[in-house]
Design a protein around this ligand. Structure first.
Ligand code: ADP
Ligand code: MG
Length: 260
């Protein structure tokens, strides 16, 4: 089997509160291979987002301690100096979140925002970036992309904005996409379209996807393998089909009973 894109071993994240370090995520281990989608599922507050943020070391080190190993294509990110993390976050790993509006600049056109990523991270000229921006917008199925490039984020629907975030993520040609509840804020039909798009692009691009959700219905749609989180710990893992057919833990059964 090929080396995983990311391998997480014994991840533990603690936050400082009143002089004490309180662990919020404990003993979380998993890997994601190229071309594979792994779901991290669990109820709100179970530690999914903290896990994702910890992998990219997005918390200030003064108040957050991260232990264990996070190997991206073999290299342990927890040992990297901060300046190398900036390169990892921009270029090798992309993240998308629930509400794309907060990640988009309201005063810059969609086209300029994607172009900015291409210039900053891939070193393209402005002219080449404009051409590539159009190609990326077409790739994520934005209708009338040439016209939409001139628009501002507030002129787009939530689903279209999430497509733009996916285009910006792909602009860096990431090896790993971390998607934290990317469809949660969307209507059910739009949600299905975005899941389809992520599946399609993953097949084309061959990246690994870590897909975070509280919704087992979404897991069934998208994940090859699933890790169930409960109170900061990974309590069950396996092929998605096996987890659905034969859940071992009562908590997993409860999550599944919510699926229509
Ligand atoms: P979810 O599974 O819903 O994404 P989170 O990972 O956001 O859950 O949160 C897990 C737990 O960690 C929660 O109890 C939350 O209150 C706590 N937590 C999240 N972020 C912080 C933080 N920056 N500082 C301290 N505690 C946090
Ligand atoms: Mg979360």
């Amino acid at each position: 089997m090929a080396e995983p894109v990311i391998r997480v071993s014994g991840l533990k994240t603690s936050f400082q509160r009143k002089g004490l370090w309180l662990p919020v995520v404990r003993d979380v281990s998993f890997d994601v291979a190229a071309g594979e989608t792994v779901a991290l599922v669990g109820e709100s507050g179970s530690g999914k987002s903290v896990t994702a943020m910890s992998l990219m070391r997005l918390y200030p080190p003064e108040t957050c301690r991260i232990e264990g190993e996070v190997r991206l294509e073999g290299q342990d990110l927890l040992q990297f100096p901060e300046r190398r993390m900036r390169d990892i976050r921009g270029n090798r790993v992309a993240m998308i979140f629930q509400e794309p509006m907060t990640s988009l600049n309201p005063s810059l056109t969609i086209g300029d925002q994607i172009s900015e990523v291409l210039v900053a991270h891939r070193g393209l000229s402005l002219k080449a970036a404009a051409k590539e921006t159009l190609a990326l917008m077409e790739k994520v199925r934005i209708p009338s992309a040439a016209k939409r490039m001139q628009e501002y984020p507030h002129q787009l629907s939530g689903g279209m904005r999430q497509r733009i975030m996916i285009a910006m993520a792909l602009a860096c040609r990431p090896r790993l996409l971390i998607a934290d509840e990317p469809t949660t804020a969307l209507d059910v039909t739009i949600q299905a379209q975005i899941l389809e798009l992520i599946k399609l692009l993953q097949e084309e691009e061959g990246m690994g996807v870590l897909f975070i959700t509280h919704d087992m219905g979404v897991v069934a749609e998208i994940a090859d393998r699933t890790i169930v989180m409960y109170k900061g710990e990974a309590i069950e893992r396996g092929a998605t089909g096996e987890i659905f057919a034969d859940p071992q833990r009562a908590y997993t059964k409860a999550l599944l009973s919510a699926v229509p």
